[in-house]
Ligand binder design. Structure first.
Ligand code: IPE
Ligand code: IPE
Ligand code: MG
Length: 260
């Protein structure tokens, strides 16, 4: 079940640190090209940045970090690149999961795993089980993930679970079957690499997320750019459909009750 408040049904708490950051890590290929290196060199460097950003998010008290690693459309890339990305994923699973566990990080993967090598799937399941009770940060890797795939599979599961409810389903019924049903909706969505699009990432959950686009290529992303994104997030007025005046009224009422 999804026990997290939905941004369209309730007004989620807004703090100075985003509870959930979702990132489209884009620009690996262009970074490598600029250096006259093969695209795969950019992906390799990209994995190192992932490590740095996990640490930075832990230090900043972020509860959920969701990283788009491979989209359902990325199979359209040249076979050599796809196969290198799979090898990189396999190696990262072999080498990094125990380190995540040492740092008390919970590890999850969302996406359609049916196209992955069984060896990769086994490592994912083992890593998820090993780290299931960790509470420092929940790291989710979106692999062969597509927002449309996610909504469709959730609808299928929802219908199978309660066929008699047809005509009376709620948003919460569907959200309970989404791949990311164990986390808040992202407060902050970051896309590196200069493009300003969602590319079929978390279509449902980005309903009220704050967006931050940076030209920085993922292999050049670091804690300083993350802090710029968080600083920008802090300047946003999250209204969830309400007016500014309502927000001012609510904060005046909160201050008055604190002083009473
Ligand atoms: C993101 O970088 C990584 C993946 C999609 C796997 P890209 O490989 O898309 O890099 P660009 O956008 O071509 O520079
Ligand atoms: C989105 O990047 C997917 C990942 C970062 C994994 P793409 O590079 O695949 O997106 P498009 O094709 O530019 O939209
Ligand atoms: Mg790209």
């Amino acid at each position: 079940m999804n026990f997290f408040p939905s941004s369209t049904q309730e007004i989620p708490p807004v703090g100075s640190v985003p509870r959930h950051i979702a990132i489209i890590m884009d620009g690996n290929g262009r970074w490598a090209k600029k250096r006259f290196m093969p695209r795969i060199a950019g992906h390799k460097r990209g994995v190192e940045i992932v490590r740095e950003i996990i640490t930075a998010c832990t230090e900043r008290g972020v509860a959920y970090l969701t990283l788009f690693a491979f989209s359902s459309e990325n199979w359209r890339r040249p076979p050599e690149e796809v196969s290198f990305l799979m090898q990189l994923f396999l190696r990262a699973l072999e080498e990094e999961v125990s380190k995540l566990h040492e740092n008390r990080i919970r590890f999850r993967v969302i996406g359609d795993l049916s196209r992955f090598d069984p060896k990769i799937v086994a490592l994912i399941r083992r890593g998820e089980a090993l780290t299931a009770d960790n509470t420092t940060l929940t790291l989710t890797i979106a692999a062969n993930y597509g927002g449309r795939w996610d909504m469709l599979q959730a609808m299928e599961k929802m219908l199978a679970a309660q066929p008699e409810k047809r005509g009376g389903f709620t948003e919460a019924d569907l959200a309970a079957h989404l791949a990311l049903n164990y986390g808040h909706e992202p407060d902050l969505f970051i896309r590196t690499g200069g493009e300003q699009r969602i590319s079929n990432f978390l279509l449902w959950q980005l309903a009220y997320s704050e967006f931050y686009f940076t030209d920085t290529l993922w292999p050049e992303f670091d804690a300083a750019v993350l802090d710029l994104a968080i600083a920008s997030y802090r300047t946003r007025e999250r209204r969830f459909g309400r007016t500014s005046e309502q927000l001012a009224g609510a904060s005046r009422a909160a201050a008055a009750s604190k002083n009473a």
